[in-house]
Write a protein that binds this ligand. Structure first.
Ligand SMILES: Cc1ncc(COP(=O)(O)O)c(C=O)c1O
Length: 398
């Protein structure tokens, strides 16, 4: 099976059909490629994708079955069932102690779709979007598809920690800058933006009119706290702020494709239009699963966090004892983003891992310009599987 050897362009032009030119220059997604490649290998362990090995809890699935029996099987409002929008509002009150009324909450068919709606509502071709990197590759590609330019502002890496130089971020703004894209907690680094940084960014946005698009998909995947700082805790209703969220990670619902977007009240009609001409709304019965997840999911989240905390500890211990593996311990999420000393080409390194020891990890290359020496591992799995994966990694990296 073929595997990409470089980050060259995909050959969409082969058949000379009249697709939009952007698809002949779109950068390759090495993470998606390695997952595809890994599927062809028997007994490979895949920790390349952003999901755990836990099933969605039964009480969530049962709520959908009940909803279907009760006849919730028809088209619904494009921005979500009112019952779910209200439940999300209640969730913000209960967990974050903030008032986010349901007219600011738009249910989407995944966090990815919420991000797509956010970018669609803001970007024209040629706009600049500042992105704090390393960042989930798909977001950089979504900016590319919108024919906007992603301007990367890399986090600094010092003394085993990631940190943001806010002045550098502010200095990157041009007269074409339309939005600042932030993933906090961050996929892939686990870096978390603090309250002071959030406040400074909001003040900057008010002064300049530049939008903040905050991806808070990992906001519940913290170590000890109930949640990471949210932009919504510090924002005013009328701020230039769109916040993306998802059921995928905290409630083990990656395959459901259910998420939400929060914006100012005036966004409602715009997002409704975008949804109307896009998905026409998230699947109706699944939204009832979303209600159950928010209402009854706290024990499940806690039990998952217990497992992830233990796994994080295991990783730190094992990497500390390894001469060539260098990792800044993640402050949140379930990712380890690490370097292997002497391995600067993550794509060939990851391919060799699959071929030689049957371990599928995500190459860092897509996460930003300076990430070719990194690899990402998702540790949201049972301790037995993690241990076996780390044995394989250590066998490959002596
Ligand atoms: C930062 C970030 N946002 C969004 C998503 C996707 O969320 P969803 O599964 O709801 O599309 C991911 C998935 O890995 C992610 O890492």
């Amino acid at each position: 099976m073929e595997f990409l050897q470089s980050n060259n362009q995909m050959d969409y032009t082969k058949e000379k059909l009249n697709y939009r030119p952007i698809f002949s220059t779109l950068s390759k997604n090495a993470g998606a490629e390695i997952i595809r490649y890994g599927r062809s290998k028997e007994n490979a362990i895949t920790l390349a994708q952003g999901q755990g090995d836990a099933n969605t809890p039964d009480f969530i699935c049962e709520a959908v079955q009940t909803a279907m029996s009760d006849g919730h099987t028809f088209y619904g409002p494009p921005i979500g069932e009112p019952a779910l929008r209200q439940e999300i509002s209640d969730y913000y009150k209960r967990i974050f102690n903030i008032d986010v009324p349901m007219n600011r909450i738009f249910v989407t068919a995944s966090g990815t779709t919420a991000m797509d709606y956010a970018l669609t509502s803001l970007l024209d071709p040629g706009d600049d979007v500042i992105a704090i990197t390393p960042i989930w590759k798909n977001l950089l590609s979504a900016v590319e598809v919108a024919q906007a330019n992603a301007i990367e502002v890399p986090l600094d890496e010092q003394d085993g920690q990631w940190s943001l130089d806010l002045d550098r971020l502010f200095d990157s703004v041009t007269d074409k800058t339309r939005a600042i894209l932030i993933v906090s907690p961050s996929n892939p680094t686990g870096w978390v933006m603090n309250d002071a940084e959030i406040k400074a960014l909001l003040a900057f946005s008010r002064k300049t009119g530049i939008w903040i698009v905050a991806d808070e998909v990992y906001s519940r995947l913290t170590l000890n706290e109930s949640h990471a700082p949210s932009f919504l805790e510090h924002a005013e209703e009328r701020d230039f702020l769109l916040t993306v969220n998802s059921f995928s990670k905290a409630w083990a619902m990656t395959g459901w494709r259910l998420g939400w977007l929060v914006g100012p009240p005036c966004a409602e009609s715009i997002i409704c239009d975008i949804a109307l001409y896009n998905t026409m709304g998230a699947p109706t019965p699944l939204q009832y699963g979303g209600i159950a997840a928010l209402r009854h999911g706290e024990d499940f989240i806690e039990s998952q966090k217990l497992q992830w905390r233990q796994n994080r500890k295991t990783l730190i211990e094992r990497f500390d004892n390894h001469d060539r593996i260098l990792m800044n311990p993640p402050d949140a999420t379930f990712y380890s983003f690490f370097k292997v000393d002497g391995e600067e080409k993550c794509i060939s390194f990851c391919k060799d891992l699959v071929d030689n020891v049957g371990l599928v990890l995500a190459p860092g290359v897509g996460f930003g310009k300076d990430c070719a020496g990194y690899v990402r591992l998702c540790y949201a799995v049972s301790d037995g599987l993690l241990s076996e994966a780390l044995d394989r990694l250590e066998e490959a990296v002596r």
